[in-house]
Design a protein around this ligand. Structure first.
Ligand SMILES: *Cc1c(COP(=O)(O)O)cnc(C)c1O
Length: 230
């Protein structure tokens, strides 16, 4: 078995995968009667080596997502150099990593509890403080983090009182049920709070998410290939 990071990079394969994903995004956006500029492809590069990420940068991809603070800090300090990159955190954030996350990420999509909001608020005047999305546990799954839909109003107010600006919402719907009702719920909640960023949809269902109003689709496997299970 090859070591992660040493597999050969095939630029042609990267380009084909990117074109396929972009074509599907475009088709779904047009079908929904939306403008192309309304939907951003977030390339979720977790576990993937810098050289592979660079192949996608060479193809023009500028928005990326990672799910671990430490991994992102290590990979992206060099990758970012001299490039206009927007880096999103899409994985859980421990409060002892907030300071580092604030320095590394442009957007934190996983604001999911009061304690985290309090610690983030302590850093809100830091230069380049990231945009914040609230993670919503739309399926009310006990093993999943996120604010329950019925608690969103209260949590939103809590964040605002701390001086935090909320820019969007994100969700990871249950894997074993149709995603569409969850996508619709998230888009409806975003509209309710006047939030313009709705992060939903992954490799298998981003077209449906776009039909329901996604502004950011989080695509990993369809671009980078399968991840090795840990
Ligand atoms: C890994 C991950 C994705 C990408 O999933 P794929 O199915 O590989 O496209 C999207 N969102 C989150 C939060 C993730 O952790």
């Amino acid at each position: 078995m090859q070591h992660p990071g040493t597999e050969k990079i095939d630029p042609q394969l990267c380009e084909t995968r990117l074109q396929n994903v972009q074509a599907e995004i475009e088709a779904a956006t047009i079908a929904a009667g939306r403008a192309a500029s309304e939907v951003t492809l977030l390339a979720i590069s977790k576990t993937k080596p810098a050289a592979l990420i660079e192949a996608f940068m060479d193809l023009g991809v500028r928005h990326f997502g990672e799910n671990r603070v430490q991994e992102a800090a290590e990979k992206w300090s060099a990758l970012r150099a001299n490039r206009e990159i927007e880096l999103h955190l899409v994985g859980p954030l421990q409060t002892n990593k907030v300071k580092q996350a604030v320095a590394v990420f442009d957007v934190i999509q996983t604001l999911d509890r009061e304690k985290l909001a309090r610690v983030l608020a302590q850093h809100k005047d830091a230069p380049g403080f990231p945009k914040l999305y609230i993670q919503v546990n739309s399926g009310a799954e006990p093993q999943k983090s996120g604010i329950l839909p019925q608690d969103l109003t209260e949590f939103y107010a809590f964040c605002t009182q701390l001086g935090l600006t909320i820019d969007g919402v994100m969700s990871i719907p249950p894997v074993d049920a149709p995603a569409e009702p969850h996508f619709k719920l998230l888009a409806e909640r975003a509209a309710h709070f006047g939030l313009s960023n709705v992060s939903m949809g992954m490799s298998n269902d981003f077209a449906s998410a776009i039909a329901c109003g996604a502004t950011h689709v989080r695509v990993g496997t369809a671009l980078f290939g399968a991840r090795e299970s840990k």
